[in-house]
Write a protein that binds this ligand. Sequence first.
Ligand code: ZN
Length: 343
Amino acid sequence: MKALEKSAPREGLWMVEAPVPEIAPDEVLIRVNTTGICGTDVHIWNWDDWAAHTVPTPMITGHEFAGEIVEIGRDVTGLRIGQRCSGEGHLIGTQSRQSRAGKFHLDPGTRGIGVNTQGAFAEYLALPAFNVVPLPDDIPDEIGAILDPLGNAVHTALSFDLLGEDVLITGAGPIGIMAAAVARHAGARNVVITDINEGRLELARHVVPTARAVNVATEELRDVIAKLGLSQGFDVGLEMSGSQQALDQMVEALVMGGKIALLGIPLGHSPVDWSRIVFKAITIKGVYGREMFETWYKMIAMLQNGLDVSRVITHRLAASEFEAGFAAMRSGQSGKVVLDWRG
Ligand code: ZN
């Protein structure tokens, strides 16, 4: 089969011929139709410090996918050949306290497909049946292929009650933009999304016209708060950029007793004005991955109930055009890039 592999510990990925994976008794074999390129894959392409310390080579990369089950392990029940599916790319153990409490996404032994073990940028993927998420007929493959990052957005956005709240999102990458769409769908009153990259803000306006996209390089958040007529500021913040300035701006723009969910990953140690956070009585929650499988349930339900994130996909390419896809991702100007593995 064709597979996109980190074959050697240096920049780039290479399309190689690899054996079709053999499945264990508790796994299924999925024919991959569509995949999404993630920021994680760009780190692996670039072979930065994180990638060099995390990813063994050779490694078939990729973890965002949609496809169809073509083979079923002998211990698997409840799935059928021909079933369209996406799936959770975090492989978990069952023995930790967290897993035995049903909090699978908090299992400390989590391994990621395409990072720690063979991934989805290939014509076939072996996956534990536990991780399979069947796709309803009304969710197309290209949306199935971005459920992983949409799940990050949903997990973050639904960390706190948003009904009637004023929400600030810092970082207008694809996940921030999808979080804005989710916040609107979940009943937030005002949704403001900030960035300093005008191209990303334009995409945010295109995908979520009912959110206000603000370039904080040219506009002050306190002026936005005044224009919106908010008496104190935002009730809930969703930090999606990893930028320390963005977090500082968020703390400043929040109401007393405000809440922050953090998905963005700061580089290294990042100084934080903790006294400001204490005196404003702010609650902070770190968010990792997607809740298994409540996040998946909620996002599929929302997609079936009118949540539309399709315009966040800006590039649809054949898998053979992966170099152009990665170039678009590395430019910092793209939305989601999806690759088609059929044909
Ligand atoms: Zn991802």
